[in-house]
Write a protein that binds this ligand. Structure first.
Ligand SMILES: Nc1ncnc2c1ncn2[C@@H]1O[C@H](COP(=O)(O)OP(=O)(O)OP(=O)(O)O)[C@@H](O)[C@H]1O
Ligand SMILES: [Mg+2]
Length: 300
């Protein structure tokens, strides 16, 4: 027995012991039209594999949502929170960007846009205001204790951090360490969680680096990459079926460890009331001629 480097027997278990503790995989509805069908599981029917839609984010997943500014990250997270709250599940938002009163206004707007009665979710949505309370941003243990307290007191099942980037601003080399601590904390507390990562425009749009940068995507269960393309050339106009000067929003699931997922890049839009919706894959638009510009317009 080496006392300096002891054998950690508690870390060893059989497959059946570990499997007996594995949570059931189910879909946790995202509140984003067109997104829930993009995750699936494979079931064997008569010996043949068959894709069965999961109907939402995989339960207990910690998912990274990344994109530059104005790509719809916060809207997607708010849609998730108000939808889960309306279904009767207490949810928690850790805000580092906007102070709680501003976030409250935005959440109520999102609820109204989705046809959810704001009063029905008033007590189900918990907000931890780390934008106003600086110690929560600077002392991760204090933040984790506050979150653990909130989860226990209110039986919270879903957590959003907007943004995780706020915990390593000006200290980007700490990104992986911070994300890893959040990941293990959220797993331990059985949260289905969204971490919002802000991305500098310098990061390539749809590459793996785009999935949060700083190799954050290797730590989390999956990444959602949001981007936008301003149409400035005829080639782009033709490719996307849009006029020069228009903006095309794109969405892609960049890997998910817990279940199968659609791998195409999809168009998405943000409605006038501020609701993110996922549209068809780009492959369905490109090369399909339906208007004079040579592309197919997606007009939901
Ligand atoms: N209430 C609303 N009604 C209509 N459109 C909205 C509304 N709120 C936001 N939008 C549009 O959606 C865009 C995306 O907003 P969102 O706050 O989700 O961006 P984000 O990706 O979180 O950006 P950031 O990284 O700066 O926080 C806004 O820039 C705006 O064009
Ligand atoms: Mg935001």
């Amino acid at each position: 027995m080496n006392e300096a480097h002891p054998v950690v027997t508690d870390s060893i278990c059989t497959l059946s012991e570990a499997a007996s503790k594995a949570p059931e995989l189910r879909g946790v509805t995202s509140g984003v039209p067109g997104l829930d069908e993009l995750f699936y599981v494979t079931r064997f029917v008569d010996g043949k594999p068959r894709k069965v839609p999961l109907g939402g984010y995989p339960s207990y997943a910690v998912i990274n949502i990344t994109g530059v500014s104005d790509t719809g990250k916060s809207l997607m997270a708010e849609q998730f929170l108000v939808t889960q709250a309306a279904l009767g599940h207490p949810v928690c938002l850790i805000t580092l960007e906007s102070p709680a009163p501003f976030v409250a206004t935005s959440l109520k707007e999102r609820a109204a846009a989705l046809g959810i009665e704001a009063r029905s979710i008033d007590k189900q949505v918990l907000i931890i205001d780390a934008a106003t309370h600086t110690p929560l941003r600077e002392d991760l243990l204090s933040l984790f204790n506050t979150l653990a307290y909130t989860i226990k007191q209110h039986k919270v099942t879903c957590t959003v951090v907007d943004s995780i980037t706020g915990f390593f601003e000006e200290r980007e080399m700490l990104a992986r360490g911070v994300v890893r601590r959040f990941f293990h904390f959220l797993k331990k507390w059985h949260q289905t969680a969204l971490l919002i990562s802000q991305k500098r425009s310098g990061h390539e749009e749809l590459s793996a680096e785009a999935a949060g940068g700083y190799a954050v995507s290797h730590i989390v269960d999956g990444s959602l990459v949001l981007s936008k393309v301003a149409i400035t050339t005829r080639v782009e106009a033709r490719q996307y079926g849009r006029a020069i000067g228009e903006l095309v929003r794109l969405f892609r699931i960049d890997g998910c460890r817990l279940c199968g997922h659609n791998v195409h890049t999809h168009v998405m839009d943000i409605t006038d009331t501020g609701v993110v919706r996922i549209g068809p894959p780009l492959s369905k638009l490109v090369g399909t001629t339906t208007d004079e510009s040579g592309g197919m317009r997606w007009r939901p």
